[in-house]
Design a protein around this ligand. Sequence first.
Ligand code: HSE
Length: 437
Amino acid sequence: MNPVKVGLLGLGTVGGGTLNVLTRNADEIARRAGRGIRIAQAAAKAYDPSSLSGLERVEVTDDAFSVVENPDLEIIIELIGGYSPARELVLKAIDNGKHVVTANKALIAMYGNEIFAAAQKRGVMVAFEAAVAGGIPIIKAVREGLAANRIEWIAGIINGTGNFILTEMRDKGREFTDVLKEAQALGYAEADPTFDVEGIDAAHKLTILGSIAFGIPLQFEKTYTEGITKIEPQDVEYANQFGYRIKHLGITRKTDAGIEMRVHPTMVPYQRLIANVDGVMNAVLVKGDAVGPTLYYGAGAGSEPTASAVLADVVDVVRTLTTDPENRVPHLAFQPGELDDIPILPIEEVESAFYLRMQVADKPGVVARIASILAESGISIEAIQQKEPTEDDSFLPLVMLTQKVMEKQLNVAIAAIERLDSVFGQVMRIRVERLDD
Ligand code: HSE
C-alpha cells in the first residue's frame, strides 16, 4: 500500500523534531500504523536545513494555504501555533476533507468547539495529544485509558517554563529573568513568554483537560488564571518551613456546585510525588473514582518529546482512516451530543485552604486582632508563625495556614485585615492543596 502523504505546517522546534523523528523511526512507525507515513510537503517561512533529516524528500513552500489545498495530502499537521492563521488553515484543511493533527493548545482551547463541530460534520479527525503536557500521553490516558471512571479531579504541572523558573529560583536562588532567558534559549518558552509566567499557556491546557475529563464544552474564558510573578523568595522559604513546595498548578475538580477550573501558584505537601517534579518536567495527577489517583510524568515541552505526541496522533489517524467517523474516539472523550452544560465556578465560589503572609507592627494585640477577624469570618487557623524581621525593624512577617474556606469569605476577612493600622501593605495569599482526597 502507498504511504499516507502528510502536509506539515511549520518547521520550527516541534516541526523540525517531527520530521527528524519520523525520518529516524519510519520503519517502526509504519509497522505500528499499518502503512508508511511520508511528509510530502511542508510550509515554513524560515528554517534551518542543517538541523533537519529527510528534508530532501519534502517539498517546502512558504505558502501554508497551498499545503491545505494540496489534493495529494490526507493529513495536515499544524505546528505553526497561535490563533491566526492557524485557525483558518485548520478549518480550510477540514473543509477539504483532511484529517488534522495539531500541538496548538491556544487554538484548541479558544476555537476547539468550532473546529470539532466542523470536523464532525465533514467526518474527519482532529487530534491534539501534543497540545497538553508535550510528550506525556495524557489526552489518551484520560480519554481512553480512564474511560470507565468518573473523573473527580486533575491537578497538573503543565507548563515546563514556569516549573523550570520556580525550581531554579528555589534550588539555586537564581533571578527570575535570567532563568526565563535560559528557558527561551532551550526552546521551552512560548513566543510570548508572559503566556508561560502568567499562566495563560497552562490555562489553555487545563481548559482542554477539564473538557475531556468532565464532558463539557471548551470554555477558556472561564478558567481562572494567576501567574507566578508575585511569588517572593520568602514565600518559597516559609512554604518550605511549613513542609510545602510551591508549584504552579492547573486544577480542575467536579463538585456538587459545578466545576473548578483554575491555574495558580499552589502549596503542595512536599511528600507528594508531584511536589518533587522539578525543572522543565510536567506531571499530571488524575483522580478517578474507580482507579484512584494516577500520575503521568514526562517532558512537557521540547522538540522531540512534543514530536513524539504529534506522531502518535498521526499513527492513530492512519490506523482509523477507513473507520466510520461515528466509530472513532470522540474529540472531547464524550459523544458530541452528550456534552454537559455544568457551570464553571468563579474563583470566589471555590473552596481551598490558604497560606497568608502579612507585614504587621511589632506591638501587643496585633496577632489577636487578626485572629479575631478570621474567626468572625468563620476561618480556622491551622498554623501561625511570627518571623524575624526581613528589612525593617518596625514590622514583622506574620505567616499562617488556614483550613478550607470559600474564597469570597476569605476576601472579606483579608479586606478587614488590610484596613488595620497595624498591618502594612497587602496580604499575600497562596492556595494550599493537599491532593489526598
Ligand atoms: N511553553 C510551554 C511550556 C511549551 O513551557 O510548557 C509546551 O507547551
